[in-house]
Design a protein around this ligand. Structure first.
Ligand SMILES: *Cc1c(COP(=O)(O)O)cnc(C)c1O
Length: 417
């Protein structure tokens, strides 16, 4: 008889946790501790040898607990559980999504390198790539979702920096308009650019689809990034990030994290563990609600355009093809242009009674914001207009409320516009 394989959602309550090591407690306790006692000095020596990469772990050897900047059960178990969704070999949890993004980029680039990245990306990521990395001699070239492979290659050729590309950073679907980029296409580009001793790695920010609806590692990426503050945490009560990939690459990421000291603390690890138990059921409900909300917005006379993955049709060409290839859900993020401009958008936002006016996304409660003056206000104005981040754009993260209450709230707020 073949062995039965449990789905990730069935394993979120137990995977990697041994109750017998914690007085039989059904739930993993919070290991609120900075350091761990070694049984004997030889153990401490052996643990450090493995932790500092002086030798490989033996097949039957458990990773020894040393100090909570290096490892802690609340982080390790959460990392192991997170891997199940994406089929990753290992994961590293950070104190924020930006911590994961900045650490990955810094570990895999050096002065003189160039990062190729998709535009738009999350505002903080945009700032890090275009303003912080250049201080370290690392420059960047951005490409929009409208550029195909030939256009990207031509742009690289013209830049004279083609052989300097060492990292490809993608965000798909992109915040806030759900624009998609083709991960497989960038894999082909990376394969053409890289040489035997100079690999070109691809990192994908999968925050918008979460670990449930898109698996970048299976689509050609080397690493996947999450702002775990969003769907993974899911309750607007923590800030965290994650980077997942092969054991080899994660060893480097975790090594960098050890010396940056930007791992998440035990309490955050524990909260994430709690959140992972309901990840799929929350995301499914949020996607169902989003479908209802999008349908309402699609026909509303005060709404000009709706940016929602479920609206993509075969006539949309490449965007539709990429969607079919990469995403298994329409997601729960919607953006829309209200008729008018900032005044009308603000009137809408100020009139909501149930939906909260706040940035962030992926939480149980619905949130709405104005990307042009809030999350994306730091993005170059030219680029903002090119990718439809305008004064009339509103972004909604749909939560788990009763869909008819959301419709009521959006309807009454639009009436005030
Ligand atoms: C929020 C967000 C980030 C940054 O994550 P933090 O946890 O706030 O540091 C990165 N990428 C995307 C797509 C996000 O939405």
């Amino acid at each position: 008889m073949s062995e039965h394989i449990f789905s990730p959602e069935s394993q979120m309550m137990s995977f990697g946790y041994k109750p017998e090591l914690s007085e039989g407690a059904i739930k993993c306790p919070i290991f609120q501790t900075s350091t761990f006692c070694f049984k004997k000095a030889e153990d401490g020596k052996a643990f450090f040898e493995v932790a500092y990469g002086k030798r490989e772990k033996n097949a039957d050897e458990e990773l020894g607990l040393i100090y909570s900047r290096l490892n802690n059960p609340n982080l390790q178990i959460t990392e192991n559980r997170l891997c199940l969704w994406d089929g990753a070999e290992d994961a590293a949890i950070f104190e924020s999504g930006m911590g994961a993004i900045s650490s990955m980029l810094m570990e895999f680039t050096k002065p003189g390198d160039v990062v190729l990245y998709s535009m738009p990306v999350y505002g903080g990521t945009d700032h890090f790539i275009t303003k912080v990395l250049p201080k370290f001699g690392i420059n960047c070239i951005g490409v929009t979702p409208f550029e195909d492979k030939a256009m990207v290659m031509e742009k690289l050729e013209k830049s004279g920096l083609k052989d300097k590309i060492s990292f490809i950073y993608l965000e798909t679907p992109a915040n806030p308009t759900n624009a998609l980029v083709d991960i497989g296409m960038f894999r082909e580009i990376a394969n053409e650019l890289q040489t035997e001793d100079a690999p070109v790695y691809i990192g994908v920010d999968n925050t918008y689809m979460g670990p449930v609806w898109q698996h970048p590692l299976q689509l050609g990426a080397d690493m996947v990034i999450y702002s775990a503050t969003k769907y993974i945490g899911g309750h607007s009560d923590l800030v965290a990030g994650a980077c997942l990939g092969s054991a080899e690459l994660m060893k480097r990421v975790k090594g960098f994290r050890t010396f940056m000291g930007n791992m998440a603390g035990p309490h955050t690890g524990w909260l994430l563990m709690r959140s992972l138990e309901t990840l799929k059921i929350r995301m499914e409900k949020q996607a169902q609600n989003a479908e209802v909300v999008a349908e309402f917005l699609n026909t509303h006379p005060k709404v000009e355009k709706v940016y929602y993955l479920g609206n993509l049709k075969p006539e949309d060409g490449r965007q539709y093809e990429i969607f079919k290839k990469q995403c298994t859900s329409n997601g729960a993020m919607i953006a829309f242009d209200v008729k008018g401009g900032e005044k009308e958008a603000f009137r809408f936002l100020n009139s909501m009674k149930l939906i909260k006016l706040a940035v962030s996304l992926g939480s149980t409660e619905s949130l709405a914001e104005h990307p042009d003056t809030m999350t994306h206000s730091d993005v170059d104005e030219h680029l903002r207009k090119e990718v439809s981040i305008t004064e009339k754009l509103i972004r909604i993260s749909v939560g788990v409320e009763d869909a008819k209450d959301l419709i009521w709230d959006i309807g009454q707020a639009l009436d005030k516009v």
